[in-house]
Design a protein around this ligand. Sequence first.
Ligand code: 2PG
Length: 206
Amino acid sequence: MDRLLVLVRHGQSDWNLKNLFTGWRDPELTEQGIAEATAAGKRLKALDLSFGLAFTSELSRAQNTLKLILGELGQPDLPTIRDLALNERDYGDLSGLNKDDARAKWGEDQVKIWRRSYDVPPPGGESLKDTGARVWPYYIFNILPPVMRGEKVIVAAHGNSLRALIMALEGLTPAEILERELETGVPIVYRLNADTTVAEKKVLKG
Ligand SMILES: O=C(O)[C@@H](CO)OP(=O)(O)O
């Protein structure tokens, strides 16, 4: 049975372009982001992939990325479940601030800790661990069952909500996840073993 799971971070958003902490704020895709999502759809189509079910967050950059991908695949009406559990990590008080301005104010090291450490939350926001505490149960109870039934699932979400998922899926340590970056609009294709571990992983870069 093909236990297929595709994870894709949304295409470039307006706030990615402006270098602003985004979190739960809801900017649109840029033209480049639209092109990235379209290209992601074409790459999945070139592999002859089609899906039985899609998941996305409550944020429009992820929803619109999914829509563009499904359009390319000729599956615009694919059943899609949206859930807050897949939203980006909440950046709290940093949301809306420029990342370079934050480095100038608090220092490179502190900003890296807020952005990439496992368990240090930014003021008023979530750490990656906090994000994992909502993403991972959602994965186990909602996403994994259809994957294991062979329904072929695509998840369009966010840099940090997907890093939290990937950490558990690939069994990465806090030190390993610190260095893991996800590019916008690049699908990661997983095939799972019968025991839910990863059998195969392919990153679909252009
Ligand atoms: O701003 C954000 O919400 C995220 C993703 O774009 O940024 P970072 O790379 O700092 O985690």
